[in-house]
Design a protein. Structure first.
Length: 400
């Protein structure tokens, strides 16, 4: 089964995206929370956890039948566009991460990618741990090539992590043009220049996106409040007209009772008063909708910066972890190139691929989780917890 198959069930941690054909500004992307619920803006909050993609889309379309997409004209008028359920589309943009534990160099959580194998997942976690000390003998030419490759990859990972942390600091400060970082390591300026150039592009794009999002909230709230002011003034005018119409009804009734006015005149006056009352009710309904829209937009505005801060903090944590792992790998590669031994537990097994591993995937959510024995070339599922154990050396040498 692949992650994008029809049988795939959405779970907390998955990020979904809903699009409306012909309305790109109505698209919304959100992560399913631990309760299985996702906030989809104009579609409201939907419980999608445990549903297949088809069932989730069916639930969203059912909700869309009762919803409308508000738009504001330049003059402040509210234009409500009904959502056509058939125009709704659903996709998964990010799956819940996998976890790798056990006899592994860098256990932790890693992003899932469709088509990922168990072997690739173990590689993301740094490879297998060693079961003992590596020999202190001089490396063979083949080993030197392998150790140099490990060292060079770790050096690149370290620089990438340092650049990521620098970029995150610039994004937090919303500094579009930060000074270049002081990078430490064997890579030259020519090596790191493309990485820094790409990072600068990402910094500017991210900051501009955040500013555009904030500007959208400010602009939309300003339009809504202008509309609120217009409707409030209209309500006052209509209330005055209605009061005058009701006073006229009372006056005509008095004249009729005195016999100085025909009864037919009362019918026309009451009709005018009824029209004024209907128009007032219509304006008051519009006022209520605009006030609800303002409250909802203010809530989303408040949540935007909070969610951005949490996202940046999580990226900081991951980047610091990447930096630590890369630094340790560089030290390990340098020791191996020098013919020095690596203590057990310092991630030496990826340097001794003759060791074999037994991998159990704990698959499923909550009480439905079950252990499954998997081979290195089997596909990983979103949310898998891979538990790695090394086979005894005697089993490897004996061919068991």
């Amino acid at each position: 089964m692949t992650a994008d198959s029809a049988a795939y069930q959405l779970q907390p941690g998955d990020t979904v995206r809903f699009d409306l054909i012909g309305l790109p500004d109505a698209s919304v992307q959100a992560r399913i929370n631990p309760g299985g619920v996702v906030d989809l803006g104009v579609l409201g909050r939907l419980k999608l956890g445990g549903l297949t993609l088809d069932k989730a889309l069916e639930a969203a379309r059912s909700e869309a039948e009762r919803r409308a997409f508000p738009r504001y004209m330049e003059n402040g008028d509210l234009f409500v566009l009904p959502i056509q359920p058939r125009d709704l589309r659903l996709s998964v943009v990010a799956f819940r991460p996998i976890t790798v534990t056990g006899a592994i160099t860098g256990p932790g959580r890693f992003d899932f990618e469709p088509g990922m194998t168990v072997r690739a997942a173990l590689g993301l976690a740094g490879g297998l741990q060693a079961g003992g000390m590596m020999t202190g003998a001089a490396p063979t030419p083949e080993e030197l090539i392998r150790y140099r490759d490990i060292f060079d990859r770790a050096a690149l990972d370290k620089v990438s992590a340092e650049i990521a942390i620098w970029a995150l600091q610039a994004r937090v400060a919303e500094n579009m043009d930060p000074d270049a970082p002081a990078l430490q390591g064997p890579l030259s300026g020519d090596d790191t220049a493309p990485l820094l150039a790409d990072a600068r592009k990402l910094i500017r794009a991210d900051i501009q996106t955040a500013r555009d999002e904030r500007a959208f909230f400010v602009r939309s709230l300003e339009q809504m409040r202008q509309r609120l002011g217009i409707l409030t003034a209209q309500r006052g005018e209509l209330q005055g007209l209605l009061d005058a119409d009701e006073a006229e009804v009372a006056r005509i009734q008095e004249l009729i009772s005195r016999g100085v006015a025909p009864a037919s005149l009362l019918i026309e006056v009451k009709r005018v008063a009824a029209l004024s009352s209907a128009r007032l009710l219509e304006v008051e309904e519009k006022l209520s909708r605009v006030q609800l829209d303002i409250t909802e937009l203010e809530r989303r505005q408040s949540e935007f910066d909070q969610e951005r801060q949490i996202e940046l903090l999580n990226e900081f944590r991951e980047a610091r972890g990447d930096l630590l792992r890369a630094t340790l790998d560089m030290r390990r590669g340098a020791r191996l190139l020098a013919g020095q031994s690596i203590p057990a537990g310092n991630g030496a097994t990826d340097l001794a691929p003759r060791l074999e591993a037994s991998v159990i995937a704990h698959r499923g959510a909550g009480e439905a989780s079950r252990p499954v024995a998997v081979a290195l070339d089997d596909l990983v599922h979103p949310g898998d917890v891979l538990e790695v154990q090394l086979l005894p050396a005697t089993d490897v040498h004996s061919g068991q």
